[in-house]
Write a protein that binds this ligand. Structure first.
Ligand code: BTN
Length: 325
């Protein structure tokens, strides 16, 4: 951790408390002027840090910003130097795809506080207002072909689900193929896009884009969406920061991608599936059929029982809904 990251960690650990520059400098073994420099730079980035004579500095909890230092200092696995945080961008998937074409390495990640052209699955747009969500994309360069890369989406869904469960204690689950739910409300969607190698026509890389609804802002979402979309913190004050959650999700997704062959994410995927054992309605284009979800195979495919027998659904272009009782 560099000085800036250490200072931020200290302020976050003492959120809403006044701490003096001297106290920070002594606890971290750094100079007071480096503490002052770090704090000025956080304030320029938009952190709400009060400075009061004879009391010191206080980080306000409503300054729940997504920042480079706040995320990178929490990485246990990902490379901090490969992370870019935007206060606003068009779409983090678009940013990371552009980076992929310029040869950016495996593990390059982009996080945004707001997206002006967020994209969802099936050509839909993804509403991405500032402050209430976490929008992030990760560049993965798996040593596999197009088909072999499909489980990466499954791995990302498990990474989100486990991070939410571990950090918040909430009962998050996964609806095939890659939506994360709390109760009957979707709190996260994932858009995975492949980048083709123009020379060979094979797979160059994969961009995994993750949108998490973190805290509820009634002004940002049309009312008709509010019975289907949920937020991790819908009617309670956030207990973990957006930085903590973003860091955990990026770390875990890259870890699972690096151990793709071991399929370590399949067991948790089965465990947290909210549709196994349930009657569902599947649709692909105009085709629609009813089935019972029975299992998830080792590639993340959904095994279903239909009137005409057992089959495995493997395309992300299939939409699955719970059948109403
Ligand atoms: C879906 O549920 O339809 C998928 C939504 C994926 C949204 C994320 S937000 C970060 C990344 N950038 C985008 O433009 N889309 C993905």
């Amino acid at each position: 951790m560099n000085v800036k990251e250490k200072v931020l960690r200290f302020l976050e650990d003492h959120r809403e408390e006044f701490v003096s520059g001297e106290q920070i400098a002594e606890s971290l073994g750094v100079t007071r002027s480096s503490v002052w420099k770090a704090i000025s730079s956080f304030r320029n980035e938009g952190y709400k840090i009060e400075a009061v004579t004879r009391k010191g500095y206080r980080l306000r909890s409503d300054g729940n910003m997504l920042t480079q230092a706040g995320i990178a200092s929490r990485f246990k696995y990902a490379d901090p130097d490969l992370l870019t945080v935007y206060q606003e961008t068009d779409s983090t998937n678009t940013r990371i795809k552009a980076a992929a074409l310029e040869g950016a390495p495996h593990g390059t990640a982009a996080v945004a506080n707001e997206q002006t052209a967020g994209r969802g699955r099936l050509g839909r747009s993804f509403i991405s207002p500032p402050g209430s969500g976490i929008y992030l994309s990760i560049l993965l360069r798996p040593h596999t072909d197009m088909a072999g890369a499909i489980p990466l989406t499954t791995a990302a869904a498990v990474a989100v689900c486990e991070s939410v469960r571990e950090l918040t204690g909430m009962d998050a689950g996964i609806k095939w193929v890659n939506d994360v739910y709390i109760g009957h409300k979707k709190i996260c969607g994932i858009l995975t896009e492949a980048v083709a190698d123009v020379e060979t026509g094979g797979l160059d890389s994969v961009v995994v884009g993750i949108g998490i609804n973190y805290s509820y802002d009634p002004d940002s979402f049309p009312e008709d969406l509010q019975d289907r979309i949920g937020w991790i913190y819908e009617d309670q004050k956030p207990e973990i920061s957006r930085n903590e959650l973003a860091a955990a999700v990026i770390d875990r997704t890259i870890y699972y991608a690096d151990h793709l062959d071991e399929r370590a994410f399949i067991e948790p995927y089965r465990k947290y599936s909210v549709i196994i054992g349930r009657d569902i309605v599947c649709s692909r284009g105009n085709e629609r059929f009813e089935a019972r979800a029975v299992d998830i195979d080792d590639d993340g495919g959904l095994v279903v029982e239909t009137d005409s027998g057992r089959r495995t659904l493997s395309s992300g272009e299939i939409t699955v809904r719970w059948k109403k009782d």
